[in-house]
Write a new protein. Structure first.
Length: 300
């Protein structure tokens, strides 16, 4: 199984450095010109998953290998990549230009309620490629240029603005037609993982203290899907590179952080609606994952 590329791996691979530090609680975001990461000294990119999201605007001739799909493009293409799907990009021409930005899920979830997988381009099995004409290229390039300007600014709310630019990119793409030149190879494990992810996301966001997160274990999801729990676990692991428990834990933690930041519910209420019978159990879970207690995280 291919190894998941972390943010640290990405920065070491491309720039021989570590990720820049951003302010606490906003997750990670950065934006680049493609030309800065290509050329005779560029390192080859292997077929692997990343633990971050990526949006690329590329000009030139490419072949994208994305999960069980291959996409050929010539001209300008806007591509969306998510952490659950392995991909690589094969350049078939020289002097390619463009932009790309990378960001973690927490860059959105800790500030905006909901899930990135609600967006079709980031859902499992979604269509990630959007071919652009010159007018569309100009519009999308302008958004990336604003990102490049803003990331260097001293504006105190710049990450809120950058988040808006990413949202603008996704909605601009959704208003156009996704590429149909995708070659599907049905895979039962991918389908099971997709349904598992959908069932997990259906339980969020938590809107009231009386709402409860009920399916909290791999066994719960396996029973709902009418498959053996071992089969579910193998499918999820082979498709995403993560265990079923890890994915549930990460999503539960993201919702806990969101509730702590965006509601005035007390810690016991938040723990209860997330499926913890005792406040102490929620405290222990949260501190194990973040090194903060829920109360101290809320006050940071």
């Amino acid at each position: 199984m291919e190894k998941t590329q972390t943010l640290e791996n990405f920065y070491q691979h491309k720039f021989n450095t570590t990720p820049p530090i951003v302010q606490h609680g906003v997750g990670h975001f950065n934006v680049f010109r493609l030309e800065e990461c290509m050329g005779p000294n560029a390192k080859p990119v292997s077929y692997s998953r990343r633990d971050f999201y990526k949006i690329s605007l590329v000009r030139g001739k490419y072949r994208f290998h994305y999960a069980d799909k291959s996409i050929s493009s010539e001209g300008t293409t806007l591509m969306f990549f998510n952490p659950n799907v392995a991909y690589t990009v094969e350049s078939l021409s020289e002097n390619n230009t463009g932009f790309f930005c990378i960001f973690t899920e927490s860059f959105f979830i800790e500030k905006i309620r909901g899930s990135l997988t609600d967006l079709p381009m980031f859902s499992n099995g979604g269509k990630p490629a959007y071919f652009l004409d010159q007018k569309q290229d100009d519009i999308v390039s302008a958004i990336f240029t604003k990102m490049l300007d803003e990331i260097e600014s001293e504006y105190v709310f710049k990450y809120d603005l950058l988040r808006n630019y990413v949202t603008e990119l996704t909605h601009y793409a959704l208003k156009s037609q996704p590429s149909e030149t995708l070659y599907q190879h049905p895979d039962a494990k991918s389908r099971i993982t997709s349904v598992f992810t959908e069932l997990l996301e259906r339980q969020f966001p938590i809107e009231t203290p009386s709402q409860r997160f009920s399916m909290r274990s791999a066994k719960d999801f396996a029973e709902k899907l009418a498959v053996h729990v071992n089969h579910l676990n193998r499918s999820v692991k082979e498709t995403t590179g993560k265990t079923t428990t890890d994915i549930i834990t990460q999503r539960l933690l993201a919702e806990a952080k969101s509730l702590l930041r965006h509601t005035d519910w007390n810690v016991s209420e938040i723990g209860y609606c997330l499926g913890f019978e005792e406040a102490a159990h929620f405290n222990n879970f949260f501190k194990k994952q973040t090194a903060y207690t829920p109360g101290s995280f809320r006050n940071v």
